[in-house]
Design a protein. Structure first.
Length: 161
C-alpha cells in the first residue's frame, strides 16, 4: 500500500484549522531534497507555522509539501518531501500526531517541476527603462518641454487656497 502520511497530514491540517488553531509542522531538515531556511534549523529539525495567514500557495500532495513564506522578512520557497515530515500539531494545545519513520525511496525520489532549473526556452522580459522629461521653472519661455515619446496627460487638478 502507499504511505498514509500525506492523507493523515491533510486530515490533521484541516482538523486543526477547523478548530481555529495554528498548525505547526515538524520537518527533518537534514534529509535529502529538503529546502527550508537554514537559520531556522535547530538540532536537525525545523518547526514551521503552516497556517493560511503565515504561508502562501500551500500545496500538500502525496509526495511533497510546498509553500512560500517570509522568514525574517525575506521570501523563501519551502520544499518538504513527504518523507521528511515527522509531526503536525496545534500550537495552542499540542494536539496532533507524530509520524513514524517510513521506508521511502529517497534515492529514486524526483524533485517537483518547480525545483528544476529554468529551461533555456523561457524568455526573460526586459524591464522598461525609465524615460524622463526635463522641465525648468526658471526658463519658462512658453516652449513645450522636450518629449521622450511617453507623454501622458497632465494633472487636471489645481491647488485651491
Amino acid at each position: 500500500m502507499t504511505p498514509n502520511r500525506p492523507y493523515l497530514l491533510r486530515a490533521f491540517y484541516d482538523w486543526i484549522l477547523d478548530n481555529e488553531h495554528t498548525p505547526y509542522l515538524v520537518v527533518e531538515a537534514d534529509l535529502p531534497h529538503v529546502q527550508v531556511p537554514p537559520q531556522s534549523v535547530k538540532d536537525g529539525q525545523v518547526v514551521l507555522n503552516i497556517s493560511p495567514s503565515a504561508v502562501q500557495s500551500l500545496l500538500i500532495t502525496n509526495e511533497q509539501l510546498t509553500f512560500s513564506a517570509r522568514f525574517g522578512g525575506v521570501p523563501f520557497e519551502v520544499y518538504v518531501p513527504m518523507y521528511a515530515v515527522s509531526a503536525i500539531y496545534a500550537r495552542e494545545n499540542g494536539a496532533g500526531t507524530m509520524f513514524p519513520p517510513e521506508d521511502y525511496d529517497i534515492e529514486g525520489f524526483e524533485l517537483s517541476p518547480l525545483d528544476e532549473p529554468e529551461s533555456p526556452e523561457v524568455e526573460k522580459l526586459e524591464e522598461p527603462k525609465p524615460q524622463f522629461t526635463v522641465l525648468s521653472s526658471s526658463d519658462d519661455d512658453g516652449k513645450k518641454p522636450e518629449s521622450t515619446g511617453n507623454d501622458k496627460k497632465r494633472n487636471h487638478l489645481s491647488i485651491v487656497k
